[in-house]
Design a protein around this ligand. Structure first.
Ligand code: IMP
Length: 430
């Protein structure tokens, strides 16, 4: 048995979905523990590409149970749509395939409305959220005024709760944001019907995880977003509203910290970011556009073009420390093919000092922290068909080994293309 976590080391979109899909072949349980449908991963179902946002990436493996922990925020209509899409494609979703925590919070229509209205009002200083209501839903959770999945099963209780909550929300929406108010009765009716549809899947994720552990099953924890979007450790306030790091696995699923044995950090061979916020190695030139086109760097959730730049070793070193990473998975190495030379930001220069293992906590300080680069030779050979590390061009190996030396942890997986088989596994995970 092994318990393995997959965590993004940058600003999300590192290609975690592919790594999870690959490892899920040998895992019997895949668990999401934070975030919501702000995340997105592409799955190919019967030859057709689909983008899923809430369903964990292991769903296509027959013997894998997918669990959505209490730390996830769920938009039930989105989840039902994803279940139906899978069923239309002949993949039956039943309670031995999908488990949803009754403690998970529900994204309500007023959360989405507030998310969008707030961003519009912020104008230039906006975060660039996905507009899915993630922030307002987590706010209500912490303010103890959230609706949980189990609340959808009791329509009278739900209606009472909504009547009291909407007094404040509607006031804000109508009088501050000049938006339409919501009717508690309508929402209660609609969301109670979602509750009925999802009721068969609701079960205690913590208990199901303990049972799986006791039976010696392999368990995979699927992180969403990335370390630098973490609400505490990321580039605040340009972050998401949950803790995206490995420490939150315990809170978001109900498992003790000693149960997690391996923590694999996923890092793209370069860096991308979607939405606002600092990005020291960003390439705002034709090379940045080249990365975007070649790497297909457009958001899976919103379709927005991603900002692109060089690999930032300091950001990934910070991710190593905060998550306690045991190894790295480097993705999209093939995108670098064809470059004459490749840069890595090895550290920052700040106050005439070289900084290797931290980033500024104050957002405005990013302006004075300059990345310092090394330049490595590129390669021209197509690497997508290579399955053995030793067969990679020596320049590509040099690139990986330079990152390995800088991080002081081994690289366990190198991805050389989007397909499951386009992967080089250097160290056994399960
Ligand atoms: P929110 O999570 O929708 O509140 O958005 C907050 C910030 O996190 C924005 O900059 C989003 O673009 C970013 N973000 C949220 N989810 C993801 C993701 O899955 N990948 C990349 N960026 C994300």
């Amino acid at each position: 048995m092994a318990t393995v976590a997959i965590i993004g080391t940058q600003w999300g979109d590192e290609g975690k979905g592919k790594i999870i899909d690959l490892l899920a072949e040998k895992a019997q349980v895949v668990v999401r523990f934070q975030g919501g449908n702000n995340a997105g991963h592409t799955l190919v179902v019967n030859g057709k590409k689909h983008i899923f946002h809430l369903i964990p990436s292991g769903i296509l493996h027959d013997s894998t149970i997918c669990m959505i922990g209490n730390g996830v925020v769920i938009d039930p209509a989105v989840l039902i749509e994803e279940i139906e899409k899978l069923e239309e494609n002949g993949i039956q979703i039943h309670k031995e395939k999908l488990v949803i925590s009754p403690r998970a919070h529900v994204i309500m229509p007023y959360h989405r409305a507030l998310d969008v209205a707030r961003e519009a009002r912020k104008g230039k200083g906006k975060i660039g959220t996905t507009g899915r209501g993630i922030g307002p839903c987590y706010e209500d959770k912490i303010a103890r005024s959230g609706i949980r999945m189990e609340d959808l099963l009791d329509v009278e209780f739900l209606l009472e709760k909504l009547k009291s909550l909407l007094e404040e929300k509607n006031f804000l929406l109508e009088h501050y944001y000049h938006q339409r108010p919501f009717s508690p009765e309508r929402i209660a009716e609609e969301y109670a019907s979602y509750g009925q549809r999802l009721a068969p899947f609701m079960d205690d994720v913590s208990i199901r995880l303990e049972e799986a552990k006791n039976k010696g099953k392999n368990i995979l924890f699927e992180g969403a977003q990335g370390t630098h979007l973490d609400v505490d450790h990321g580039t605040y306030p340009y972050v998401t509203s949950s803790n995206t790091i490995s420490g939150n696995i315990c809170c978001g699923s109900g498992i003790g910290p000693l149960a997690i044995e391996q923590i694999i950090g996923v890092a793209k061979a370069y860096t991308t970011r979607v939405g606002g916020g600092p990005f020291p190695t960003e390439l705002e030139d034709p090379l940045g556009s080249w990365f975007r086109e070649k790497g297909g760097e457009f958001g899976a959730t919103t379709g927005r073009p991603r900002r692109c730049g060089w690999f930032d070793a300091t950001m990934v070193r910070v991710a190593k420390r905060i998550n306690g990473l045991t190894s790295l998975a480097i993705t999209k190495l093939d995108v670098l093919t064809g470059l004459e030379s490749i840069k890595i930001a090895k550290n920052y220069q700040h106050n005439n000092e070289k900084v290797y293992n931290r980033t500024p906590s104050k957002i405005t300080d990013f302006e004075t922290w300059e990345p310092e680069y090394i330049e490595l030779p590129g390669w021209k050979e197509d690497i997508r068909k290579i399955r053995r590390y030793s067969e990679l061009p020596k320049e590509a190996r040099n690139y990986i080994e330079t990152i390995e030396e800088m991080m002081e942890i081994p690289v366990s997986i190198v991805s050389v293309g989007p397909g499951r088989e386009e992967t080089i596994v250097l160290r056994k995970i399960f």
